[in-house]
Ligand binder design. Structure first.
Ligand code: FES
Length: 109
């Protein structure tokens, strides 16, 4: 056995046991584990696009994953414009996707 191979159960960098959690995405329970971001739970649940652009309505989801692009905005527990990639998911979070339209007359109105 090479120096980089460890038998199951004795790997020193093996992650700790996980704690399951559930968030509610648009009324549907989605399973995750403690420590995941809201975006991580959503993506693991199979949803890739959870926001739509205001002009063309094209889907957006995680682009940068580090809090810079704002493509992952969702509503969490009633608070709008939360970057899903930057917020750690907690048990029972109620997450709503955002699909904002421009105000009548366009962005300058
Ligand atoms: S994915 Fe870019 S800010 Fe969240």
């Amino acid at each position: 056995m090479g120096p980089r191979l460890f038998p199951f159960g004795v790997d020193p960098i093996r992650p700790e046991p996980t704690t399951p959690l559930t968030i509610i995405l648009d009324g549907v329970p989605v399973a995750g584990v403690a420590g995941q971001s809201v975006a991580g739970v959503i993506l693991a649940g199979g949803t890739l696009g959870f926001r739509r652009t205001s002009v063309h309505g094209t889907p957006r989801g995680v682009f940068c994953g580090i809090g810079i692009c704002y493509d992952c905005l969702v509503e969490v527990n009633g608070r709008r414009d939360v970057r899903a990639c930057q917020r750690r998911a907690t048990e029972g979070d109620v997450v709503t996707t955002q699909h904002d339209a421009l105000p009548p007359g366009g962005a300058a109105a």
